[in-house]
Design a protein around this ligand. Structure first.
Ligand code: TXA
Ligand code: MG
Length: 356
């Protein structure tokens, strides 16, 4: 058995899943794999369990949690459905999309930070779905990182940064998407708005809904509106997602570049690293590794222009470079007019680079 405060990593055997489901049912918390990033899960209908999540993460009480479900019937327990939800859920669930809806009374105020809305997602990671089913409860799960730090995409990441605070980590391998879910505000089905870009693009959602989908572009706007947040769409009611500009921050300073030129690379100092999304000309080695023996401080994320691959490796790369060995990281933004993966990558990079 795990010692208190000393995380043990569990493989997804039937026996382990049964045991961890029991832990969750009894109000314990467990770090779980999802297709986006690892989450720190607890029974969403048990306020005491959710309090443990906030505590382990050092998360402020005004940053609400996402609730995970394994079947649509559970959505009725948690939230008010509308016709737009049915379309979008039909198209993208299970998957990396979170939907914000008016909440029902059964959801503890702690989970939604006192908001009248709740964020719900049906993940597509098989091991997590199995755990949800066995547990029989909707599970609240924010990303399993200390508040403000880079989200974990492996069980090892979770252990590195939360290992002293939790007992149970379920290892489901490397996260397939690598960036947090797209968050879609559907409180008003006529005014859908994306609050956080992710793998599911605005364009894809608009197509399924057959109407324009708004985007909350400027995190700064939300912050300027104060801690109670800004109004989004005409859904009414305050909304203050944890869209702090300094989220996902490594300790190392980051400078962003529209395009990392060879001039920048040539001018790199010995204590500066450059991260390309795509393999630069003359680059050697494997994705996620150094570009070549001659350029010890040049890294890249995808073989050729594969944004999915770049997204998958981004957080792991930022963590690996954040060990204090570099003074400054130069990072390249995704090109073009971004949506989907490109928008999500640029959003995370922009926040990682934000001044603290
Ligand atoms: O991919 C994901 O969404 C991952 C995995 C574990 O599912 N979870 C995740 O959770 O990224 P977290 O806690 O790091 O981000 C949750 C964010 C909050 O910071 C907030 O922006 C938004 O979800 N959120 C939650 N409830 C909300 C609500 N009622 N209204 C608006 N935004 C909400
Ligand atoms: Mg998070």
């Amino acid at each position: 058995t795990a010692k208190a405060g000393r995380a043990r990593v569990y493989r997804g055997t039937a026996r382990n899943l049964a045991r961890l489901a029991g832990v969750l049912r009894e109000g314990g918390i467990v770090a779980v794999p999802t297709e986006t990033v690892y989450g720190l899960a607890g029974d969403a209908l048990n306020a005491a369990a959710c309090r443990k999540i906030f505590k382990a993460k050092g998360r402020p009480a005004n940053d609400p949690l996402i609730v995970h479900i394994w079947e649509l019937a559970q959505l009725n327990v948690l939230a008010e459905r509308n016709e737009a939800v049915d379309k979008v859920a039909g198209a993208f669930w299970p998957g990396p999309l979170t939907i914000v809806l008016p909440k029902k009374a059964v959801v503890p105020d702690l989970v939604t930070s006192g908001r009248p809305s709740v964020a719900v997602r049906m993940p597509r990671h098989r091991m997590f779905l199995e755990l949800l089913k066995r547990c029989g409860r909707p599970l609240a799960a924010p990303s399993a990182n200390p508040f403000g730090y880079i989200s974990p995409t492996t069980a090892a990441h979770v252990r590195e940064s939360l290992g002293g605070k939790i007992d149970f980590i379920l290892d489901g391998g490397d996260a397939e998407v690598g960036l947090e879910s797209t968050i879609l505000d559907l409180r008003d089905p006529k005014n859908p708005a994306v609050l956080r870009p992710g793998a599911i693009s605005v364009g894809e959602i608009a197509k399924v809904l057959g109407r324009r989908v708004g985007v909350v572009k400027k995190i700064a706007d939300l912050e300027a509106a104060g801690s109670s947040g800004a109004k989004v769409g005409s859904g009414g009611g305050e909304i203050a997602p944890g869209m702090l500009s300094k989220h996902y921050s490594p300790k190392t300073a980051i400078t962003l570049h529209r395009k990392l030129s060879t001039a920048v690379v040539k001018a790199l100092r010995a204590d500066e690293a450059a991260v390309f999304l795509f393999k630069p000309a003359g680059g050697e080695g494997k994705p996620g590794t150094r570009a070549g023996a001659k350029a010890k401080n040049v890294f890249w994320l995808s073989e050729r222009g594969d944004l999915r691959r770049a997204a998958r490796g981004l957080f792991g790369m930022l963590r690996a470079l954040d060990g204090g060995q570099w003074k400054l990281i130069h990072a390249e933004l995704a090109p073009g007019t971004p949506d989907g993966f490109a928008a999500a990558i640029n959003d995370r990079l922009t926040r990682a680079a934000a001044k603290r």
